[in-house]
Design a binder for this molecule. Sequence first.
Ligand SMILES: Nc1ncnc2c1ncn2[C@@H]1O[C@H](COP(=O)(O)OP(=O)(O)OP(=O)(O)O)[C@@H](O)[C@H]1O
Length: 242
Amino acid sequence: MSEPVSSPPAIVATKLTKRYGSGNTEVIAMQDASMTVGSGEIVALLGPSGSGKSTFLTAIGLINPPNSGTIAIGGSAVLEGESARVNLRSFRRRHIGYVFQKSNLIPFLSAIENVQIAMQLGGVSKRASRKRALELMDYLGVADRADNLPSMLSGGQQQRVAVARALANRPSVILADEPTAALDGHRGRQVMELFAKVAHEQASAVIVVTHDHRSLDVFDTTYEMEDGIITKSQHSLTKVSQ
Ligand SMILES: Nc1ncnc2c1ncn2[C@@H]1O[C@H](COP(=O)(O)OP(=O)(O)OP(=O)(O)O)[C@@H](O)[C@H]1O
């Protein structure tokens, strides 16, 4: 009998290093940062302000390449240092859902159009994209604001629309940078639980940068970042060994 073929981890980041500036103003924002995330795994990345969390996440999101190190997604080498091995824009659109600290919605499109456009750019019809957008917005409690412009929504509502947009294409990788900062405790918890559900049910790999220690129980693994260096935290070691 043949052995089952095991699929490669969804994300393998190896020894990522990023410097900003040079000479006196040089900052090493990330140093030899490595992380492997499996399909269906949800990971928290904690750490003080300025420790390099956004630098790491934007590197994995193919937005802000590292100076050195490699990133493989779904078993394919995508970035080797600053060199792209794929067309980053189309790869990002197909495989990565990103939630920024600020919602970054397109101001002249309605909330639902902001979610739909992510799907329509990939060839999904207007009708099908509207149906999925409404389902996601309903789940996130913003369906009643579907036809409003972002400027008519609260910060928390805008962020929930941004989460719906990130999930729209069922990406294999979801990256979220403090997605619950603008939400109250209850909504924040719901969003974290939604990410966990998406990870476990759609087999997406999810990395969430968070300061919210109240929701750490939803994560499979927890990493900490300090002065650009990433380590696996005791919390996740305890959880794995339970
Ligand atoms: N574009 C940039 N130019 C110069 N330095 C930068 C730039 N972006 C980030 N840095 C520096 O790199 C370091 C890491 O920043 P980063 O934003 O990754 O940290 P962070 O952990 O995400 O912080 P926060 O929790 O406050 O968002 C900091 O010292 C920051 O000042």
